[in-house]
Design a protein around this ligand. Structure first.
Ligand SMILES: Cc1cc2nc3c(=O)[nH]c(=O)nc-3n(C[C@H](O)[C@H](O)[C@H](O)COP(=O)(O)OP(=O)(O)OC[C@H]3O[C@@H](n4cnc5c(N)ncnc54)[C@H](O)[C@@H]3O)c2cc1C
Length: 433
């Protein structure tokens, strides 16, 4: 089967590896960018995605470039703890949660794709500009290699993993309004800094108008040495819709946004100092997509952000694109008809992702920060003054169940998208940390 994937991002590369693992070897990944540079800042991968990546034999490579996230803490604008929960292995999962630089994750995936599918499996500088569905039932993929150089190739399947500005999505759903902005602007970057708290904690600090997310993505090489820290700060802006609502990589001077966060100085973390010490900040309007009524048309399907972009809250962007990829490959391996496999994939994934997109619009698990600010705008000594017993745990558990990354689901022997054939048995043996 000749398979084309649009986009060599996290979802597209994981899809290529998952397809190879399921026995499909004629896979070509078309990437619009002329070179695959290590772009972006930090990502968190939840244990349901890490389980799949370890299953693909990437555990050792990933452990080298990431930190196993031990705790997640939500704090109010005074730095007072609202809620702390252990994450990954510390919470009893068989797989860790990983904090990793997006570029390093992409590099691990890319190296594995080239090793397993060949040096030419990823074609950089080749943009998918559209597709048609000839009467043969295949997918005719339209490509451009720079201005004026056009080609079309016939494939038995086209997977649109071309991110939040997906062309495949646009061609499939002509009336789709595109990314929607919620009025928040995000600035993000990296800095080498001293570890804070236990060196493996992700903190989310804020109030009803601001958010700050900070976590380490490396361990100190020697005691006392700095680690690579990811930071992201977000705030509602009065401005109108930004020119490009899905541009992750627009540089922004720190003076443009730091005044909004000047008070966030705690004895364990100084947010303005961290931002100033780092590399250039990038600005990104917080956007998502409206849920789609379908992800599939004939032999063309969508995954990752192209299918279900959601607000970057709750660590689900990269996580769910990885799970999509594995479920799709297992469905193709487990069905004789491609269309049947695509139907099985979509029905296993789309309803859950639609619910997760909706939860993101309600601020997902970060709603606890808004609630704390609403109920105690001047702060509190102990979160028990503000929240009923069990209230915070219930919010966290509900969100985990919605995204199928709760402890029971992830640790259960049943796998996401449980159609499988012999090809996956190898993965089953490899997937323990
Ligand atoms: C440059 C960049 C930086 C990012 N930085 C962060 C970050 O710091 N933190 C974070 O949480 N998330 C970041 N993201 C988003 C995050 O990677 C995704 O939300 C998540 O990983 C889902 O992955 P995806 O594969 O669906 O999409 P993506 O990872 O966005 O990958 C999509 C890929 O498709 C390519 N592409 C787009 N259009 C076409 C086309 N027509 N033909 C061929 N290729 C095409 C893009 O160049 C990209 O490589 C970033 C995305 C990008 C593209």
């Amino acid at each position: 089967m000749r398979i084309a994937i649009a986009g060599a991002g996290i979802g597209g590369l994981t899809a290529a590896l998952s397809l190879a693992d399921a026995g499909f070897t004629d896979v070509t990944v078309y990437e619009a960018a002329p070179r695959i540079d290590p772009l972006g800042a930090g990502l968190n991968l939840l244990p349901n995605a890490v389980r799949e990546l370890f299953g693909l034999g990437l555990g050792t490579a990933l452990d080298k470039v990431s930190v196993r996230t031990g705790n997640l803490e939500y704090r109010n604008r005074f730095g007072t703890l609202i809620w702390r929960e252990p994450r990954g292995v510390s919470a009893g999962y068989r797989w860790p949660q990983l904090s990793v630089h997006r570029g390093l994750l992409q590099a691990v995936l890319l190296a594995a794709v080239r090793e397993r599918l060949g040096a030419n499996a990823v074609r950089a500088g080749t943009r998918v500009t559209g597709f048609t569905r000839p009467s043969s039932g295949t997918a005719r993929v339209e490509l451009s290699h720079g201005p004026g150089v056009l080609a079309a190739r016939e494939h038995d399947l086209l997977v649109g993993a071309d991110g939040i500005r997906s062309t495949v999505r646009k061609v499939m759903h002509r009336g789709d309004p595109g990314p929607r902005w919620n009025g928040l602007m995000v600035w993000r970057g990296n800095a080498w800094a001293q570890p804070f708290l236990d060196g493996a904690t992700m903190v989310i600090v804020g109030d009803r108008v601001r958010r700050v997310v900070v976590y380490p993505m490396s361990r100190p090489v020697r005691p006392g040495e700095p680690v690579l820290m990811n930071w992201a700060v977000a705030r509602k802006l009065p401005d109108g819709q930004p020119a490009d609502p899905a541009d992750w990589n627009r540089p922004a001077p720190a003076d443009r946004f730091l005044p909004y966060f000047a008070d966030l100085v705690f004895d364990w973390l100084d947010v303005p100092a961290l931002v100033r010490s780092g590399n250039r900040a990038l600005e990104y309007p917080m956007v998502d997509h409206d849920p789609l009524p379908s992800w599939t048309s004939g032999r063309v399907t969508l995954l990752g952000d192209a299918a279900h972009a959601m607000y970057p809250m709750g660590s689900n962007g990269a996580t769910q694109s990885i799970v999509d990829s594995r479920v799709l490959a297992r469905a193709l391996a487990g069905h004789t008809g491609t269309e049947d496999a695509l139907r099985a994939y979509e029905s296993a994934r789309r309803p859950a992702m639609t619910a997760l997109q909706a939860a993101g619009r309600r601020r997902g698990p970060e709603a606890v920060i808004d609630l704390a600010d609403e109920r105690a705008p001047d702060g509190f000594a102990d979160a028990a003054e503000v929240f009923a017993p069990g209230e915070l745990a219930t919010i966290s558990r509900r969100y985990a169940t919605l995204g199928a990354f709760d402890l029971e689901t992830v640790n259960s022997p049943a796998r996401a998208g449980n159609d499988r054939r012999g090809a996956n048995r190898l993965a089953d043996r490899r997937d323990m940390p």
